[in-house]
Each structure stands twice: as structure tokens, then as C-alpha cells.
Design a binder for this molecule. Sequence first.
Ligand code: PLP
Length: 389
Amino acid sequence: MIDQVSYDLGSNRSCIRELFEYGRKRAAVVGEDRVYDYSLGNPSIPAPPEVDQAIRQILDEEPSLAVHGYTSAVGDLAARQAIARDLNDRYDAGVRPEDLFIGCGAAPELVAVFRALAVPGAEILAVAPYFPEYKPFVEGTGAAFRAVPPDVPGFQIRLEAVEEMLTAHTAAIILNSPNNPAGTVYTRRTLEELAALLKRKARQFGHPIYIVADEPYRELAYGVEVPFIPAIYPDTVVCYSYSKSLSLPGERIGYIYVPRQAADHERLYAAIAGAARACGHVCAPSLWQRVIARCAGLRPDLQAYDRNRKALYEGLCALGYQVAKPDGAFYLFVQAPGGDANAFCERAKELDLLVVPGDGFGCPGYFRVCYCVSYQQIVNSLPVFAQLI
Ligand code: PLP
């Protein structure tokens, strides 16, 4: 007997992966520089040199058995201390090492948090446009996934829609800012208004409604504030990842932060640790925990992304495309000329320009352009965008 839901997930590749594979095949036929692949969010700037130096130092200085051994299930204490120090330096947040759980990147961290909150009948909301994997992550826990319709064209949060969708079964709402795919950053005002609404509804329903803040792009912001959500709404669980901030997506390292001010802090933290355990999440890679113990304070050099962002945003706007203001992450979200994003993306594909339709992100009529690519690709592809509009 084979579970049908798992089979369906495993046998249908995501639209993004499908496009990426297609791009690889086309590159072999027409040449790398003739394919304008904007499909996948794989960082295009290398990890800071301090990361490689830290690895060498760890291998030279620390005992091999420890470097390659299991750590504590919740994560190595030195790594949690370093992360707590960094968060406290930046946000004066009062984070303690015991509020942190080291995880293998945002994806499994989110699954653990959703599972910890998935009481029978639980509903978990996500604000569109959203990362498509939220749906299988949430539904895999038995909870119901509910998408809050997008706030077009600014892609903040439609509070009246959230209000309508909150019920006595709502366990949490997922926020992702800076946002994949819109590239927008939720303002302090948006977050404060949402916090006031959630507090009011939590009082009405008699239980907390958590924010799950999915933050792989926290450090990728271009001159705007990325508010620290636990300081605005204490019933927040942060899922952080070094995949994009330090360009380490293949290494699988990040952390979950459960603020001590969060409702039911101790039970919540224990439930997240228990959910991770039930998912077989024994401990995050030990070498990488040691790297984080040394590198938690590093920030990326965003110059290359910023240059791409400006060139593409200005180039597309000049051509007449309607683009959400890209303040963060490395994505542009663009209104499809003619309104049918799938048809637009198919036409683009025929010209070897690979962009992703917004349907999977809960936002039909838009397409995503992922600008973690070479600057030259942007320059070369603008005439193709011109041809398409
Ligand atoms: N959340 C969002 C919004 C993402 O864009 C991604 C990856 O692209 C993830 C989570 C998963 O990140 P990780 O590599 O840390 O598992």
C-alpha cells in the first residue's frame, strides 16, 4: 500500500523545478547565454569568505569526533549562544539559548512548527502570494491550509480578509517578509495593525493565534526596515534559515526562535522539539552548527543583487510592465500583460525566457522573476521582455 498524497507530491515535480530542468536541457542545445533562466531561487553570490575560513579552522582546531558527532537534539549550545547574542545585539530582544532550536533550514523548521500547532480541526492561514510548499507542509500535518487573498498591487496584508477568515480553529498565520515571490517587505504599520487584530481575535476565541514568521530573506532588504515581528507580536515563532542570507542552501542550517514572552512558551517549545523528533529531525549538521557558532553575526554583501534588482525593475517598468516595488529578497512579481500569466509564461518559454506563473503562489495573473542571476543575463534578456510585451 502506498500513500496516494505522498505519491502525487513525489511524482509531480513542482512547476519551478520543471522549468529549471527544462532550462538545463535548452542550455545544452542553444548555449548557456541564450537561455534566460529566472526560475529558481538559488543564491548567485558566494558564501562570505569567513564561512570557508571557519570550516578550515574548525577542522584544524576542534576534535574530529566532536565535529562529526551528534549534537544535542535542540542544537549545540555554542551555536545557540551565538545566535542569541546576535539577535540581542540587533533587536535588544532578550533571547536566551533555551529559546532557540537549531534546524535544518526553514523547510523542516516550518513543518515542525505546523505539526506542533496542528490540534484536531486546526486551520493555518498563509497570506498570498506565498511560498507554494506551505500547502503540502501544512496539509501533511492534518491541519487545513487557508490562503488569504493578495493585497494587490502593493502586496501588504488585506486585514479585512484576514479578519473574515479567522475562526475559533485558527492556530496560526504564516508571514513571509521579505516575501517570496513578491519581493515586498511588510511595513511596521501593517504588522502593528495585524497584531492588534490577532490580539483581539485571540481574546475572543480564548486561545493564542500564533504568527509563524518564515524568514529566510530577513537579511535581504534594500534600504527598508524589516521589523522584528516578535517585538511587535510576542506570540510569534520565527523560522530562520542561512540558505539565502549566507548563500548556504545545500548545507541545511537555520533555527527556530520561540520568544519567552510567547503564550505557553514552555509547552510550545517542547511541542516543536517533539514534532521535530517525530519527523526524524535528530540534529542539524554538526559541522554547520559549529560554523554558525563562529559566523552568526555575518551579513551578506548585497551589491550584486541590488544592481540586478535596479536594472531589472527599471528595465521592466520602462517597457511598460507593472511590477510590485521590490524592497527585499531576490524576486520581482510582475503583472502578466493580457492578464493570463500561464499563457505569458508559455510564450516566454518559446523565447527561452523562463519565468514562473503566479498561480502556485496563490496569485494568478502575475509571474515571478528570480534575479539571483548574472547581471549579463538581465542585460541580454531585456530585449526579449520587450518583444513579449
Ligand atoms: N520559505 C521560503 C519563503 C522560501 O523561499 C524557501 C526557499 O526558497 C524556504 C522557506 C525554504 O528554505 P530552506 O532552504 O531554508 O529550507
